[in-house]
Design a binder for this molecule. Structure first.
Ligand code: NAP
Length: 301
């Protein structure tokens, strides 16, 4: 397939694109700068100059492709304190792809996060692919994606675990937690630290996106999850052990001081099942889980 990939210069794409290329797909990757174009070309894809805000450009690129994988997200807007801009741009881009692909039965794979389940109150038990929510950040784009099944698009949305980790990850939640622990001299968790965060290895996620592109049934919700849920205290202890710092239970009020932009997620309990995704696609995560991967030390080099 000729596949158009957005976010082609990002972390997740650094596993997705080589996986696609290795399986005979031709990849065209969106790039908004020369540096991004260089990174995209290095992965084996053809860079296509453009921006997420150029909706006509996105529609044209999708129209010329046999399938689309949408990974771009305006994390810079999130960090600048404009999360709504990032969420709206993601929705607008998803709609542009829906318009371009309607009636073609071509695949569109978009991206969301498992944390949306916890934010929707699905907590205390593993969230499943069948759990849906009506609203919340990024949920509208996810629901729009699955709804495209009614419009002749073989659409699927992948809810990624908040900690996608590997030696390809340089700025995700894991790196951020390590950075905060290093800066503060303390690896912090809120409360008793029994709340759980799921995780997934980037290399397994690369395979998942390829399988979704190739064979996910229209309207699928898939879970990009390897570890179902790691207690926050175990996460803190693993990082503390590698850095040689103490762990500390903190209050919610102290979370911004010790966990920065992660404070709002710190107390969420987000165990997440991948049973249906594995069954539907024959996907099996085979790469190291979060604790084993962090123990290898590449995050601390
Ligand atoms: N990594 C994780 O642990 C994780 C967890 C849950 C969900 N997700 C989601 O998975 C998706 C991919 O994440 P990632 O970790 O690969 O992100 P990333 O490494 O931050 O990469 C973001 C990508 O989006 C591109 N982008 C941003 N703004 C753009 C714009 N205005 N026009 C064109 N391209 C733009 C970036 O291009 P430049 O290189 O030019 O900046 C980059 O290629 C996102 O939706 C993210 O929220 C990731």
């Amino acid at each position: 397939m000729r596949v158009f990939v957005t976010g082609a210069s990002g972390h997740i794409a650094s596993a997705v694109i080589p996986e696609l290329v290795a399986h005979g797909h031709q990849v065209v990757g969106l790039a908004r700068s020369d540096a991004s174009a260089g990174a995209v070309a290095k992965l084996g894809a053809e860079p296509r100059t453009g921006d997420l805000d150029d909706l006509d450009g996105l529609r044209a690129a999708a129209g010329e492709a046999d399938g689309v994988i949408h990974l771009a997200f305006k994390h810079d807007a999130m960090f600048a304190g404009n999360p709504q801009d990032a969420v709206q741009a993601d929705l607008d881009a998803t709609k542009a792809f829906g318009e371009a692909l309607a009636g073609t039965d071509k695949p569109l794979v978009t991206t969301s996060g498992t944390l949306m389940l916890a934010m929707a109150g699905i907590t205390g038990r593993p969230g499943t692919e069948d759990d849906q929510s009506e609203g919340g950040p990024r949920v509208e784009a996810a629901n729009y994606t699955t709804g495209l099944a009614q419009q002749g698009v073989r659409s699927s949305v992948i809810r990624l675990a908040p900690m996608v980790h590997s030696d390809l990850d340089h700025h995700g939640f894991t790196s951020a937690l390590i950075g905060f622990a290093r800066d503060n001299g303390i690896a912090a968790y809120t409360g008793d630290g029994t709340n759980r965060w799921p995780a997934a290895n980037t290399y397994d996620i690369g395979v998942l996106y390829r399988l979704a592109l190739e064979k996910a049934p229209a309207g699928s919700t898939l879970h990009g999850v390897g570890d179902t849920g790691i207690p926050r205290r175990v996460i803190a202890e693993t990082i503390a052990g590698k850095l040689g710092v103490e762990t500390k239970s903190i209050s919610d009020d102290e979370a911004p001081q010790f966990l920065g932009f992660l404070a709002g997620f710190a107390g969420l309990d987000n165990p997440t099942s991948n049973d249906k995704t594995r069954e539907l696609l024959g996907w099996e995560p085979t790469h190291p889980g979060w604790v084993e991967d962090v123990q290898t030390g590449h995050y601390f080099a």
